[in-house]
Write a protein that binds this ligand. Sequence first.
Ligand code: 5GP
Ligand code: ZN
Length: 112
Amino acid sequence: MSCLFCKIIEGSIPSTPVFQDEVCYAFADIHPQAPVHVLVAPRQHITSVDQAVEDDQKLLGHLLWAGAQIAKTKGLWKGYRLVVNTGEDGGQTVDHLHVHLVGGRSLTWPPG
Ligand code: 5GP
Ligand code: ZN
């Protein structure tokens, strides 16, 4: 098993946990782009949202729900962004599905 995030989820690579349940594990991004930058990843290895199948719909919704709960615990009442980079053009660098929760500052749009 060579997936970086699978290793983080199983604990063989250390991370800073933020939230976890039976479906997902959320941890601090190692290179934060904002005061709050958390990655929400499913425990199950799915390469990207592009590879999700019909049966994954509940899991996909759960990741967004978890991101919103974490935002509340982090006090992001002014807003935040949930981002799923997908594939090469989408800027995905780790091939294990994850939702970025980014907040704690005013974010610009459109992204680069
Ligand atoms: P992507 O570019 O695939 O959307 O996001 C991957 C994220 O994983 C990046 O924001 C990057 O900083 C983060 N990352 C890469 N390696 C590690 C690591 O070993 N530990 C943690 N906590 N985050 C990582
Ligand atoms: Zn994985």
